[in-house]
Design a protein around this ligand. Structure first.
Ligand code: ATP
Ligand code: MG
Length: 440
């Protein structure tokens, strides 16, 4: 009872009711919304429901950043949304939301939620919160004040329940409500606080930041698939490099995300990983496609390499040893971070192809060129060369080999190295220096 009362005071004590901010103050006109989200809001409002653009899109528009996508929150139940839009579908088992499609745009439409937990685990993590609620409740269940701004396209006002606009101006990431409780409810919010701070160049407000170090270990209890989703957002945000290092500063890595232990605590791999992250960030910021599988292959490469070398040192044959190393590393990770199979399959292909770049005689280089994963494999090789793991000459050779005419390619071939197997004879061979991972 008392706890509930205190929470109420904390939540709403700062102001009575929401602030309605006119366009003259926030500066966002309805034309700045995507055509899809505008259509969704107009249609729902005409049908008698409340509907607002919410979350990241409003925040980004105020900051002058182009939003990635536009989400809508409404008082209409999901089934009603589905009925109102021919090209829509309901997704989510536990909590239904509607996806409404317009050409290439998909607008995510969610019904106001109360945020009242029906079920929590022993650490306070919410297992189920299925109840619909009011606009005010929907605002209170969101994570940060800057993510809880509701744009009303009918009169171009913003409804601000938690002082989000002031925090945007102060460049502050502030959790809504009691930080301890909100992070316990959903530990992923700690990762999100760091992600937004890095992406937006904000500070994490002091009382929001204070409990993060001690609560970090709660992330262990979150289902691996959710961690993966959040990590993917983080890694593809265009700010992966700074965000990962900031997670380290906030103490959110150690033993919590094995992935981050690998990335930030392996001296051998650090240069390689930093290069991969910076390259990914550059591509993301230039609006070029980024391959999560390629990035994950890079993040784990030095783990694979270490396991591979260890197996080779025990006299294992290099090819099966590489496979064993890949499986070991992936298995260890999957427990905490469920990388979907569609990505691990590509990661393995990128890794598998690496020793084949060492073979530059006979027909093998031509065969490698026709491999589906050649391009990704080659880009990966170049990163390895840039990090000093393999000679730059090797990457340059392959760059040239891809682009010159056949006759010149033939001239480029290098005589087989001593011990390298001639392609046709199928004798059992010994470990060749060309296929064994080089020591650094
Ligand atoms: P981005 O531009 O990076 O996508 P975003 O703010 O849109 O940022 P999303 O992950 O797309 O982030 O989430 C959309 C909105 O849903 C958020 O703005 C926030 O209001 C709410 N939200 C998402 N995740 C949580 C969470 N774990 N706890 C509370 N609210 C959340
Ligand atoms: Mg979003």
């Amino acid at each position: 009872m008392i706890k509930k009362f205190i929470r109420k005071v904390l939540r709403f004590g700062r102001k009575a009711g929401p602030k309605i901010i006119p366009k003259s103050v926030h500066g966002i006109s309805r034309e700045q919304l995507s055509s899809g989200s505008l259509r969704v809001c107009d249609t729902l409002q005409q049908a008698g429901y409340e509907a607002y653009v919410v979350g990241g899109a409003v925040r980004d528009l105020i900051l002058g950043v182009r939003p990635k996508d536009f989400d809508v929150a409404t008082s209409a139940p999901p089934e009603t949304v589905h009925k109102l839009f021919r090209r829509s579908r309901l997704i989510g088992r536990r909590f239904k939301i509607a996806h409404v499609m317009f050409g290439g745009e998909t607008v995510e439409v969610s019904t106001f939620r109360s945020g009242d937990a029906e079920d929590k685990d022993e650490h306070g993590r919410v297992l189920r919160d299925n109840a619909y609620g009011t606009r005010e409740q929907d605002a209170a269940r969101r994570d940060f004040t800057t993510n809880a701004l509701y744009y009303d396209a009918s009169n171009e006002t913003i409804i601000d329940f938690h002082g989000g606009l002031a925090d945007l101006r102060a460049k502050s990431v502030r959790i809504i409500g009691n930080p301890l409780e909100r992070f316990r409810e959903d530990p992923v919010r700690m990762l999100r606080a760091v992600r937004f701070a890095s992406k937006l160049g904000f500070q994490i407000e002091n009382s929001t930041r204070a409990p993060i170090r001690s609560l970090g270990k709660l992330i262990e209890n979150v289902p691996p698939a959710r961690i993966f989703d959040e990590m993917l957002k983080l890694l593809l945000s265009g700010h992966a490099h700074t965000t990962l290092h900031r997670l380290h500063t906030e103490g959110l890595h150690h033993g919590v995300l094995p992935l981050l232990d690998v990335i930030l605590e392996q001296p051998l791999g650090t240069r390689f990983v930093n290069l991969a992250l910076k390259d990914t960030d550059r591509r993301a910021l230039e609006g070029k496609p980024v391959s999560p599988a390629f990035l994950f292959a890079a993040l784990f490469w030095h783990e694979v390499l270490a396991a591979w070398r260890a197996a080779c040192a025990k006299d294992a044959h290099p090819v099966p040893a590489l496979h064993q190393a890949m499986d070991e590393v992936l298995e260890a990770q999957t427990e905490k971070l469920a990388i979907p199979r569609r990505y691990t399959a590509i990661m393995k292909e990128i890794w598998e192809v690496q020793p084949r770049f060492e073979q530059r005689s006979g027909r093998r280089p031509f065969a490698l060129l026709t491999q589906e994963r050649f391009r990704a494999g080659y880009d990966f090789l170049r990163l390895r060369a840039q990090s000093g793991e393999v000679p730059m000459e090797l990457a340059d050779w392959w760059e040239r080999f891809q682009s010159v005419p056949h006759a010149e390619q033939t001239e480029m071939l290098i005589a087989p190295q001593p011990g390298e197997r001639a392609p046709k004879r199928r004798r059992r061979r010994r470990k060749s220096s060309a296929e064994t991972p080089a020591e650094q």
